[in-house]
Design a protein around this ligand. Structure first.
Ligand code: ARG
Length: 252
């Protein structure tokens, strides 16, 4: 009798283990898929881009499924903070200000911002941005760069960087600030000879990270370990080349 009970208990424990293994934990990731080559939506409604591939690679390493939820960029940090999303993956620069509200993974990439202007623009350096009408995506560091460069009432927030560039093309703005890979992708897509990246306007180096709620230290450690693996094994470099992050699509 004792043996049978022991057997039943052993069997039950084995079943519990199998159930635990089969359980895939889903991570809901807030993203704003208006930002190729980092994230955009394909015709089937899937989020594609550097960040989507990165998320898939991380998911495989940590044994969790990452599911994207599309939203506007300026609502992701608050969504992560309040538990609406488990993480935020959306071409986020790691900044002190954001770190007051959410944690970030270790950086997975670095770049800087660029300034898109008309080819005949008199914007030749950072100083010549003073007094100009500058557009950028709402909630982004581009808005902060614009605020630091011109008058407060000449900073124009847009839902998407692309819309700001279309207004620049239509002479409603003098400049648009966005992440350099995105600026290049937009110019390549629009193929408008009247637009260019102002070569002598430059902003500081920025680092991309994944936003994680404060207090989720175990999750953060797993994501960090995965990113470090993907840097060390060359996966990130492959994705940089695949999505042309640093630029064969140089449009100058
Ligand atoms: N890297 C910039 C920032 O952190 C812009 C990110 C915008 N991302 C997006 N998916 N639209 O503010």
């Amino acid at each position: 009798m004792k043996k049978i009970i022991a057997l039943i208990i052993a069997l039950m424990l084995a079943l519990v283990n199998v159930a635990a293994l089969a359980e895939t934990t889903t991570l809901k990731a807030g993203t704003s898929p208006d930002f190729p080559p980092f994230e955009s939506m394909d015709d089937a409604g899937n989020v594609i881009g550097f960040d989507a591939d990165l998320a898939a690679a991380i998911a495989e390493l940590i044994g969790m499924e990452i599911v994207f939820e599309a939203t506007s960029f300026d609502s992701i940090v608050i969504g992560v903070q309040t538990g609406l999303y488990d993480i935020g993956i959306s071409g986020f620069y790691i900044t002190e200000e954001r770190l007051a509200n959410v944690d970030f993974s270790v950086p997975y990439l670095q770049d800087s911002q660029s300034c898109i202007v008309k080819v005949d623009s008199d914007i030749t350096d950072n100083a010549s941005l003073a007094g100009k009408k500058i557009g950028s995506q709402s909630g982004t560091i581009g808005i902060e760069a614009a605020e630091a460069s011109t008058d407060a009432d000449k900073v124009y927030p847009y839902t998407k960087a692309l819309d700001a560039v279309l207004d620049l093309a239509g002479n409603k703005l003098d400049a648009v600030i966005t992440d350099t890979p995105v600026a290049k992708a937009i110019l390549a897509e629009l193929n408008d000879a009247s637009l260019t990246v102002a070569p002598a306007v430059s902003f500081g180096v920025e680092y991309y990270g994944i936003a994680i709620p404060k207090g989720q230290d175990e999750l953060k450690a797993k994501i960090n370990a995965a990113i470090e693996t993907l840097i060390a094994d060359g996966t990130i470099d492959e994705l940089v080349a695949k999505w042309d992050i640093y630029g064969a699509a140089d449009v100058e």
